[in-house]
Design a protein around this ligand. Structure first.
Ligand SMILES: Nc1ncnc2c1ncn2[C@@H]1O[C@H](COP(=O)(O)OP(=O)(O)O)[C@@H](O)[C@H]1O
Ligand SMILES: [Mg+2]
Length: 376
């Protein structure tokens, strides 16, 4: 049996949510089409339970709105079958004969809401929007969990491989250094080869260091720290690279120190990775802003949320790549230039700090990363 476990929201974010209305009463079907079809939803209809099952198999609907008493197969059985095929689907039950038992059974089977006829359009409209909102949140949460699991698996694999490769690389490097001494009188070509070997060993080593960093993110050493000082340091670390690319870095940080609890080295590394990516995105120069402030909206005293923005005027990220940038090994850089691990590490580090990161980008204009951290 076909399953629709895929994310029905991210498949095409501009597509309207699709709703299947199953009711043997034609007037009700038309009412839904008229009230909601033109606006925010794609409304499909089915005149009985079997038709609903058939249609739900053809298309992954976001929501099924269904009468409980229909000819043929009844609503509770339809609900069970539909949920088996598409666990993400939400169901709202409407019925002309509401009983407590029926309502309890429907909710137990996973129906989101139970509405009795005759109903008010406003009530239905509210039920639909809160139901779709809940669905969106659930799917987001699930995707995050999948992402964390994926990263943990990659981390384990990576650290295993890294340790294995480190020793042979060290031996190669020692051997080359020995050769270098012995061949000190040799011509330019030999020397050039030796340099190339050394450079490539170093490159391989760098990849390994990154892989090991990746797996180390699981060992958090939490301590109270001043986020402004940490950002200052991360900026200093990136300064050389920025200068080489003609990138000017501007900071807008709070004057007073802002304390958060976290792993100093890991957080500094996360911000450093973001800065280096931004610099990489501006090979012909540009601007990099690093801003930090407490979130404004809190009316009761100081907000506990610290927002850090890292914004560049680089080449931007195409829309279809934006959802992939945090995936391990996703890179658009030339072989040897990028490992595709930087942002996965960043994501993992923030995740472990219960912080969030999101990216906004406009191709050709620039990219902004927004990080929300818990301040004390
Ligand atoms: N500031 C940025 N501007 C444009 N593209 C970016 C930016 N940051 C990340 N990216 C994109 O995300 C990809 C993944 O980044 P990352 O995980 O750090 O790997 P890497 O830097 O090794 O390619 C990059 O290859 C690039 O395409
Ligand atoms: Mg990177």
């Amino acid at each position: 049996m076909q399953k629709f476990n895929k994310n029905i929201f991210t498949k095409n974010p501009v597509e309207k949510p699709s709703i299947l209305v199953a009711d043997d009463d034609k007037i009700i079907r038309q009412l839904f089409k008229r009230a909601f079809g033109e606006k925010n939803y794609n409304i499909y209809t089915a005149k009985d339970g079997y038709a609903a099952l058939r249609k739900a198999k053809e298309k992954p609907f976001n929501l099924l709105i269904m009468d409980l008493k229909m000819p043929g197969i009844n609503g509770v059985d339809v609900l069970e079958e539909v949920k088996k095929n598409n666990p993400h689907i939400e169901v709202i039950i409407i019925t002309g004969y509401p009983t407590v038992e029926l309502a309890v059974e429907a909710i137990k089977m996973g129906a989101f809401d139970f509405i009795s006829k005759p109903f008010d359009i406003k009530r239905i409209s509210f039920a639909i929007s809160s139901c779709l909102e809940k669905q969106k949140l659930n799917i987001k949460k699930q995707n995050r969990l999948i992402q964390i699991e994926k990263m943990a698996a990659v981390g384990k694999l990576a650290s295993g491989i890294a340790h294995e490769i480190r020793n042979p690389l060290a031996i190669i490097l020692k051997g080359v250094e020995l050769l270098e001494v012995n061949l000190s009188g040799e011509d330019g070509a030999t020397k050039e080869y030796i340099e190339k070997i050394k450079w490539n060993v170093e490159r391989a080593n760098n990849i390994i260091v990154e892989l090991l960093n990746f797996s180390r993110t699981s060992e958090l050493k939490q301590q109270p720290l001043n986020i402004c000082k940490l950002l200052d340091e991360a900026v200093d670390l990136a300064r050389n690279q920025a200068n080489l690319n003609n990138v000017t870095m501007s900071k807008d940080l709070p004057k007073k120190e802002v304390r958060i609890k976290g792993d100093y080295n890991l957080l500094r590394q996360a911000f450093f990775n973001l800065f280096i990516n931004a610099v990489d995105a501006m090979p012909k120069g540009g601007k990099l802003w690093i801003r930090a402030c407490r979130e404004k909206e809190s009316r009761i005293g100081k907000s506990k949320v610290m927002v850090v923005e890292v914004e560049d005027t680089g080449k931007g990220i195409p829309h279809d790549e934006l959802s992939k940038i945090f995936d391990p090994f996703f890179t658009t850089k030339q072989p040897g230039k990028g490992t595709g691990l930087g942002l996965s590490i960043v994501h993992l580090i923030f995740e472990r700090h219960k912080a969030t990161i999101k990216a906004e980008s406009q191709q050709g204009k620039g990219t902004k990363f927004i990080i929300r951290l818990l301040a004390s």
